[in-house]
Ligand binder design. Structure first.
Ligand code: SAH
Length: 354
């Protein structure tokens, strides 16, 4: 272990090894984990039930965090968007979204990144335009959640959901993502139910199959955006590798293996995928899957080809879905005033720095 070892990069078993290597008894591992994941400690000094010499060794050889907050914007809709730097100087962004909940208590969803940049290069996505730098470690994924959990604790609130829908393709970083999910779910870790976590993917079929074999009930969302291969090839280049005729059966197989209802995201782009025949094609494609479709008007990015449709087009598209009895929700885009779309804050940061 060296000083660059971040506690949140360690699995439960590795934390035990660390504790033993530092000459402390095994039960200290659980206490350490409680400080990190439940009491959300920001320093080893706080861990007052650990002996001071042990704390000193921990502080010498490890660190507690991997993220430094560099910028934060709050939208009038209460969406918070945060830009972080990582130990190697790379930057990522995460978001916190508040939704009305029962009993006056808001529910909070963390939108976490899984990679620095993204290799999929979806035409409409700000992160896609940045190219790919590297995978995030498990600790870098976890720390985004802990950061917002700490913020919320100050007002007596808590993280209720995590969606892996920030920068990057989660399924292209499966091992680290899964390590993070296990710790976020573990009763000795962050303790959030797996059903409160959702992985969003552009459609990496082998990893959808892998997810369907996992015991944890983590949700799956597919970024669809087009119901025919020609258009989807253009919007989501990964479609050339994993076309709809293979993706849809893979999603069906996932449902049959897990009993968990998948969801689809369909972003509406003006003049691209917002016509009535396209609404019908969408319904036709997914209607016999036991699924839910989220329709989301696009967030504007620097690329002016991708705009949200006007209100009339939106309503007509929605009417058609209703008429055909699709199980869908029309979502409000969030954080429109703060460039909260995927990768937008980092794009601006990179541009300013040049
Ligand atoms: N790579 C994964 C997860 C990250 S993207 C995936 O593709 O699902 C998270 C979601 O943001 C995806 O549905 C993506 O298509 C969407 N998104 C990207 N750019 C957007 C934009 N300009 N407006 C609206 N949604 C966008």
């Amino acid at each position: 272990m060296n000083q660059s070892t971040c506690i949140t990069d360690l699995t439960g078993a590795q934390i035990k090894e660390l504790v033993l290597a530092l000459g402390a008894p095994a039960y200290r591992a659980k206490q350490l984990q409680q400080w990190v994941y439940q009491k959300l400690a920001i320093s080893f000094d706080e861990m007052t039930n650990l002996p001071a010499p042990f704390r000193a060794k921990l502080a010498e050889q490890t660190r507690l965090h991997s993220l430094i907050q560099v910028k934060e914007l709050t939208d009038p809709d209460r969406t918070v968007k945060t830009l972080f730097t990582l130990a190697d100087g790379q930057t990522i962004e995460s978001a916190l979204m508040a939704y009305p909940g029962s009993g006056g208590h808001a529910r909070y969803t963390v939108c976490a990144s899984t990679q620095v940049g993204c290799a999929i290069r979806c035409a409409f996505c700000a992160t896609g335009q940045q190219g790919f730098e590297r995978n995030l470690t498990a600790g870098e994924i976890i720390d985004q959640v802990l950061y917002f959990a700490r913020r919320l604790r100050d007002t007596g609130d808590a993280v209720s959901n995590i969606v892996f829908m920030g920068m990057g393709e989660p399924m292209a970083n499966y091992d680290n993502l899964w390590q993070a999910i296990e710790m976020l779910n573990s009763p000795d870790g962050f303790g959030l139910g797996a059903r409160h976590m959702t992985i969003s993917t552009a459609g990496v079929i082998p990893m959808i199959e892998r997810l369907s074999r996992e015991k944890l009930q983590v949700g799956l969302a597919i970024s669809l955006h087009a119901a025919d291969d020609d258009l989807r090839n253009q919007l989501v280049p990964l479609n050339r590798k994993y076309p709809l005729k293979e993706l849809i059966p893979a999603v069906r197989a996932y449902f049959e293996a897990t009993g968990r209802r998948p969801s689809f995201e369909y972003i509406l782009f003006e003049g691209i995928n917002d016509s009535l025949p396209q609404a019908r094609a969408l319904v036709h494609l997914v209607q016999d899957l036991n699924c839910h479709v989220n329709i989301i008007p696009a967030n504007n990015t620097a690329d002016s080809r991708f705009r949200p449709p006007n209100q009339d087009t939106l309503l007509a598209f929605e009417e058609e879905l209703k008429r055909l009895r699709l199980n869908y929700t029309m979502r409000q885009p969030r954080g429109l005033h703060i460039d909260a779309g995927c990768g937008q804050l980092r794009s601006r940061f990179l541009k300013d720095r040049r």
